[in-house]
Design a binder for this molecule. Structure first.
Ligand code: SAH
Ligand code: AVI
Length: 334
């Protein structure tokens, strides 16, 4: 039986890139969905962000995985099917795969198809016994994952003992709390599907609330890599939707909003201008923003409450000594 992650976007929201751009740039205030950052160049720029001194999340999460992957793997148990949402370069995954006992398969899911294929090939080459089945999809729209192929390995003749969704990188932070709850609830249903020996779980990487100056530096780095990542969205619109954005008329902006506990990322127009894309025109006033991304930060209590509300009854959380970042294993009751 193929297993399906139900869509969290209602049918009416299943819009194309062109439709989202027309809608977002015609609305007041202007906005664009952050999932469109990730064309081939966007994925490469994100990888550069992960290496910046200012961008603490990746190195902190990697250190947490290095320290705790054995304990995480022991809690997950043998024969797990690992489904990773927003797998990107699948770097952290290796630390998990190195420790898991006879995983049944690895299913990386990412919207950035080219980047996904190259990361999946590299994992398949380095883990020869593991069945790697990349799925190029928008994970908010629901997708089916192929049934693991029976192999000659005795462990693979059985259905997976349990399914674990790996969702690292604090990508959960890019969703509002309401959307995060919908996504986590869909994941809880997905890992609790009938037919497994035991219910599975969610291994989640989430970013923690911290002083504003550290957050702003992480999203507005000195080398301007995050700025290039943000403005690449305009380059993508120019290329794919026949746009005429002049990049020197726009700038990157990153703001911490303590109320909703999130970074808000904008592209600001530096002058009055008229821009065309996807067959429509859009007027920008000097100083007018396009909201391109939210990056929500959690507390240990707020992430536990979110997971519990989504249906995960058991939680184990690991954090670094400075409590910059968290990795949580959220499980359904046996
Ligand atoms: N997991 C990696 C990458 C995080 S960057 C890490 O921890 O470093 C976010 C990743 O999610 C990118 O690879 C991007 O292409 C992917 N992504 C973002 N929105 C997505 C969506 N709606 N559906 C599928 N993939 C998405
Ligand atoms: C992928 N996501 C979790 C990153 C974040 O930190 O919100 C994307 C990012 N945006 C700017 N820098 C990094």
């Amino acid at each position: 039986m193929a297993r399906e992650l139900p869509a969290i976007a209602p049918q009416s929201e299943e819009r194309s890139f062109a439709e989202d751009v027309v809608l977002g740039l015609s609305s007041e205030p202007k906005k664009l969905p952050c999932k469109y950052f990730y064309d081939a160049r966007g994925s490469a720029l994100f990888d550069r962000i992960t290496e910046l001194d200012e961008y603490y999340p990746t190195r902190t999460e990697l250190a947490l995985m290095r320290a705790h992957a054995p304990a995480i793997a022991a809690k997950i148990g043998a024969g797990a099917l690992v489904v990773e949402l927003g797998s990107g370069s699948s770097v952290k995954t290796r630390l998990l795969l190195d420790e898991l006992e006879l995983p049944t398969g690895y299913v990386p899911v990412d919207i950035s198809a080219e980047h996904l294929r190259s990361a999946a090939s590299s994992i398949a080459a380095d883990y020869p016994g593991l069945e790697v089945t990349p799925v190029a999809a928008d994970f908010t729209r629901g997708f089916a994952i192929p049934k693991p192929r029976p192999s000659t390995r005795p462990s693979n003749k059985q259905p997976p003992a349990r399914c674990v969704v790996y969702f690292p990188g604090s990508t959960i932070g890019n969703f509002t709390r309401a959307r995060a709850l919908e996504l986590l609830s869909a994941i809880a249903a997905f890992v609790g599907a009938d037919g497994d020996e035991r219910p599975g779980g969610l291994l989640l990487g989430f970013d923690l609330v911290k002083p504003a100056d550290m957050l702003v530096r992480a999203y507005d780095d000195a080398q301007g890599v995050t700025s290039a990542f943000n403005l690449n969205l305009l380059t993508r619109i120019n290329r794919e939707l026949d746009g005429d954005f002049e990049l020197d008329g726009f700038e990157h902006r990153a703001v911490w909003e303590p109320g909703p506990a999130r970074m808000e990322i904008f592209i600001r127009s530096t002058r009055d201008q008229l821009v065309h894309a996807a067959g429509h025109s859009y007027r920008f006033a000097a100083g007018e923003d396009i909201l391109t991304e939210y990056s929500h930060k959690y507390t240990l209590d707020s992430i536990r409450a979110l997971a519990r509300e989504a249906g995960f009854e058991r939680s184990t959380i690991w954090t670094d000594p400075d409590e910059l970042f968290g990795v949580g294993l959220f499980q359904l009751a046996d």
